[in-house]
Design a protein around this ligand. Structure first.
Ligand code: EPU
Length: 421
């Protein structure tokens, strides 16, 4: 089992390039299934990160008869036909977001057979909103043990759908299914995350008709056919924020490049309140950190454009060594504080109760043997270790590898001492 070894307590300085967004690439990969490749044309995805979750999505595509190959850093996908329209349990379990293939399979094959993604490190992950929305479009579901048989007995048609909560995955599934359905779909209270806009951008480049309004209403007109296209995935806003946090905790001076600062806006005021100076210049953000960070009063996660739940753990690592007390309120997932226990093993003072976490900043953390509990929690441990005198060992790094491309190599470029054991 691989581990990271981090020798901390020196400032990180220099430039880091932000790679493509995992959470944009995954639904786009599902959408590539919708393209008609009979002409032999392929979808060509640029800036697609090479991550284990992306590989898991490629394995699902391959299982469904598609070809997915890397060529000169781009991912080429040629969609194909599946004989059984089934995603086996082991492929579903490799990645919770495999549920986004449901909308794509229904659009392409008018049927799908898969197992429930089940719970995960972040708590229960129900799919009730996905199913209720797709039912309105003419899909019938039958539960079959821990599997789900989905079919379209008549036709897949447009519908008027109101989501009770702006679920990212449910919005993506509706957009995918509606893109090849008959007629128009209007989805209200859809998620407004940049990854949704990227999915719409990809589908429109394939000849689809998806229009996003600022208030979260999505209009999708089903088309007869989608064609393969060449597309570049947006930069990963959470990776960008993570890199900035690495600079902030070490008292460093970091510039992230190839970023989309407009997608990261909700986090900037928090970093500034902690004493960091930020400079935005086109696709770059530079952060100059103070000697010691200050606590922020409140950090409250909300759907986009609010403070992202995925940035909570990286920022929590900063507050663990900041001067003063910070209160976190997590409004998206039930179980987003597992990393708090690991940070406490390094000397942090964190108490959690339900959706609330209270972090009293300490002067110094100490090295320990800690384990990643989930992707962003794992990133928080790396951030904390960078500020710790001595050697911290971080286990279960497979969680980090799901969402950060070559993290140790990246951080070494700006002066971090981090190795894989
Ligand atoms: N929910 C339901 N019923 C549903 C769908 C969602 O109750 O049918 C609940 C979830 O249990 C959760 C909340 O609604 O409590 C939000 O879930 P959402 O569907 O918005 O999230 P997701 O699509 O499962 C995506 C990202 C997450 C990110 C969230 C929120 C991907 C692959 N995953 O998850 O990213 O935290 O949106 O922005 O896009 C990560 O990258 O580490 C990660 C977890």
């Amino acid at each position: 089992m691989e581990r990271y070894q981090v020798k901390g307590a020196h400032p990180l300085n220099g430039k880091l390039q932000v790679h493509g967004a995992k959470n944009a690439a995954l639904p786009i990969l599902a959408a590539s299934l919708l393209c008609d490749s009979r002409s032999g044309q392929c979808c060509c995805l640029h800036n697609c990160p090479q991550l284990s979750d992306v590989e898991a999505a490629c394995n699902i595509l391959r299982h469904l008869g598609c070809k997915a190959v890397w060529q000169d850093g781009a991912l080429l996908i040629r969609s194909g036909d599946s004989s059984d329209c089934r995603i086996p349990d082991h492929l579903m379990r490799e990645m919770r977001s495999s549920i986004v293939f449901l909308g794509a399979m229904l659009a392409r094959y008018r049927q799908a057979h898969l197992t429930f993604p089940g719970g995960c490190e972040l708590g229960p992950r129900p799919i009730d909103m996905h199913l209720a929305a797709l039912e309105k479009m003419g899909v019938e579901f039958t539960q079959n043990g821990d599997g789900l048989d989905c079919c379209v007995p008549n036709e897949l048609h447009g519908a008027s759908i109101d989501l009770p909560f702006p679920s990212v995955g449910a919005t993506e599934n509706v957009i995918l299914a509606a893109s090849l359905a008959k007629g128009e779909t209007i989805l209200r209270n859809g998620a407004r995350e940049p990854e949704i806009s990227d999915l719409a951008g990809f589908l429109n480049a394939c000849g689809g008709c998806v229009h996003l309004e600022k208030d979260g209403t999505v209009h999708i007109s089903g088309v007869e056919r989608l064609s393969p296209c060449e597309y570049s995935v947006i930069p990963d806003r959470i990776v960008g924020i993570t890199y900035l946090c690495c600079g902030a905790i070490t008292g460093g001076n970091i510039t992230i490049t190839s970023a989309r600062p407009d997608h990261m806006r909700a986090v900037f005021p928090i970093l500034e309140e902690m004493g960091c100076s930020l400079k935005i210049d086109g696709d770059q953000v530079s952060l100059l950190a103070p000697q010691r960070l200050k606590a922020v009063k409140n950090v409250t996660t909300m759907p986009y454009p609010g403070f992202p739940t995925d940035a909570l753990a990286p920022v929590m690592a900063l507050t663990a060594v900041a001067q003063g007390t910070t209160i976190f309120t997590e409004n998206i997932f039930q179980n987003r504080y597992k990393q708090a226990w690991e940070l406490c093993r390094m000397g942090a003072d964190i108490r959690t109760e339900g959706r609330i976490a209270v972090v009293r900043g300490v002067k110094m953390l100490h090295p320990a043997f800690v384990n990643c509990t989930d992707l962003r929690g794992g990133a928080a441990l790396v951030i904390a270790a960078l500020a710790t005198e001595g050697t911290t060992t971080i286990g279960e790094i497979r969680h980090i590898q799901r969402g950060y491309e070559n993290l140790p190599e990246q951080l070494r470029q700006v002066g971090a001492c981090i190795t894989i054991l």
